[in-house]
Design a protein. Structure first.
Length: 227
């Protein structure tokens, strides 16, 4: 141990505690509309979900710096991360028309829209800047002074809030072919679709306050053939 200390540059000791809660929920509905004298049908689908979380993260982080085997300096940080609120929701709507060309061949034409929003706030407080909460603190991990005592100790450069919204439009088709023979059966599908994503994000901390929007086009056409 002593030999290691003689060659050591620094030593890091860290203890952490995390607690919080999470609440999630969702709902989906689907309806199929059939037409008289036709095998074609219309499918309507919608869903919605939400998420709400809070998190308290406590951290005692100590770095000892050595020079020629002797303790030269100590950097101790008693930090409290208040991550709340952290929430979001998502909504989806879809309409699909199924056209039956013949018994073994059908195709769906669909349009789907999705909106997803996330919102997160994270505040970092440097409790070690308070008297008796620094290097030789006797307060156990997870303890807090009064809000009035620590509210002005926020580390603005390492605290932030972010908001993001995604809007996705998807146009698709779903071609299904199924052929049954006396000794074998063939099944195939082709699913071409085009998605248009528009993403807007706002981010702010002590040094940055910015908003940007990004648009993306994505096309794919997976296919399957089974015998």
């Amino acid at each position: 141990g002593r030999e290691l200390l003689r060659s050591a540059i620094s030593r890091n000791l860290r203890n952490g505690l995390l607690n919080g809660h999470s609440l999630k929920g969702g709902l989906s509905v689907e309806s199929v509309i059939k037409f008289k004298h036709s095998p074609d049908h219309l499918t309507l689908y919608a869903d919605a979900s939400f998420r709400h979380e809070t998190e308290n993260n406590y951290d005692h982080n100590r770095i000892d710096y050595y020079a020629h085997g002797q303790l030269n300096n100590t950097d101790f940080r008693n930090r409290y991360f208040n991550n709340r609120p952290d929430h979001g929701y998502s909504m989806t709507g879809k309409i699909a028309y199924t056209y039956v060309i013949r018994r073994e061949l059908s195709i769906d034409f669909s349009y789907k829209y999705n909106h997803t929003t996330t919102d997160r706030y994270s505040s970092l407080y440097r409790l070690d800047q308070l008297t008796d909460w620094g290097t030789n603190t006797t307060h156990e991990l997870g303890a807090l002074p009064s809000v009035a005592a620590y509210s002005h100790l926020i580390d603005a450069a390492n605290s932030y809030n972010s908001w993001q919204a995604d809007n996705t439009h998807t146009f698709g088709a779903f071609l299904v072919w199924n052929k049954k023979g006396k000794k074998s059966e063939w099944w195939a599908q082709v699913v071409p679709n085009l998605s248009l994503l528009s993403r807007t994000m706002h981010y702010r901390n002590g040094h940055v306050d910015t908003t940007f929007t990004k648009r993306t086009f994505l096309y794919n056409m997976p296919s399957t053939l089974i015998r």
